[in-house]
Design a protein around this ligand. Structure first.
Ligand code: ATP
Ligand code: ZN
Length: 316
């Protein structure tokens, strides 16, 4: 044994700031450990904050009269396959598998379980894939309705989402909620929508006394070809994020994102504008848990102690 390994075995590895914050959240009972990184229970107090923030978002968006839809946290596999998600983000996807065998298969499944062996091979893919982003089930739904009206369409979505990105950073969960406003229409309509939310989003988060910046961003496209897609997304200003320091000052957390997809989804799903052109789309996404975590980080674990101004905005 050389000096290095001996030292390592005596001194426990230092915890990252993210991990320390996660421990604080567990200790305060705000998040509940399940034994899997990124999969947590939420306390009543945590959910109260999410509900109150949802109310604030509703106020800021009320004048737009968006059509609300709540999809379940699963999307039809057939639609998921067509969405192109596996081309761009295969590393994040989660599929639902179930046992579909007979009695003999069941016996061997139980034997595998008993022996601590992999029993999941006895399962097969179902027609359901876990939703990776709230807006994915929307586009085929809108396409089915035929050409858009003159003024386009606007939706207000909420869904639990799954992304396989296990992490000790409490702001990077595997199952989390996304609220999204999705605008579908002409390039002018969707760009005006994104601009107005870039403005509204900053005002709304600043009113909660949270320190924030807005910056260009890119999605985590997979592989070498993905690097090019990510660079292109940045260069053309298609994605902005509203960042708040939650677990690190140097790497603040994306709490809101503002995406312009151009005609990507419009072409893929053949959504037509009133004039027959391919529709353009844009969305503003709110990471509900990330916003709650930002509030707990900056105002403390006990909501009773939060600034009066913030409490008033959230709970009236
Ligand atoms: P990041 O760059 O941090 O991975 P993202 O760019 O992948 O985030 P989007 O795809 O734009 O995020 O998702 C919309 C919103 O959902 C984000 O602004 C963020 O607030 C939230 N979000 C994304 N991934 C997670 C996660 N793993 N845990 C919690 N919230 C998340
Ligand atoms: Zn989206």
């Amino acid at each position: 044994m050389n000096m290095h390994t001996r030292t390592a075995s005596i001194i426990p590895a230092e915890k990252s700031a993210a991990e320390t914050f996660l421990d604080e959240l567990f200790d305060a009972g705000l998040l509940i450990d399940t034994g899997v990184d990124g999969l947590y229970g939420r306390s009543g107090a945590f959910e109260d904050v999410i509900n109150a923030f949802n109310g604030l978002v509703a106020k800021y968006g009320a004048a737009d009269k968006a059509t609300a839809i709540h999809f379940p946290p699963g999307i039809a596999r057939r639609l998921f396959e067509k969405s192109g998600y596996m081309k761009s983000f295969p590393q994040l996807a989660g599929t639902v598998h179930s046992f579909m065998g007979g009695e003999a298969d069941h016996c061997s499944l139980l034997a595998d379980l008993e022996a601590g062996q992999d029993w999941t091979e006895q399962q097969q893919a179902t027609d359901v894939v876990l939703t990776p982003a709230a807006c994915y089930p929307l586009y085929p739904t809108v396409a089915k309705r035929g050409p858009l009206p003159e003024q386009g369409r606007l939706y207000d979505l909420q869904s639990y989402c799954f992304r396989h990105e296990p992490s000790k950073d409490p702001a990077r969960m595997q199952m989390f909620r996304m609220r999204e406003f999705v605008r579908i229409g002409s390039p002018d309509q969707v760009c005006a929508f994104r601009e107005s939310w870039l403005d509204r989003g900053q005002k709304m988060m600043a009113s909660l006394l949270l320190p924030l910046t807005v910056d260009l961003a890119n999605d985590p496209f997979f592989g070498r070809a993905g690097k090019m897609l990510a660079n292109n997304q940045r260069d053309t200003g298609l994605k902005f994020e509203l960042l708040i320091p939650v677990t690190s000052e140097e790497k603040p957390t994306a709490c809101l994102s503002f995406n312009y997809h151009q005609d990507h989804f419009g072409s893929l799903w053949n959504i037509r504008s009133a004039d027959g052109e391919q529709a353009h789309t844009a969305c503003v996404g709110f990471g509900m848990e990330r916003v709650a975590l930002a509030l707990f980080k900056h105002h403390g674990p006990d909501v009773e102690g939060w600034p009066t101004e913030v409490r008033k905005l959230l709970w009236g």
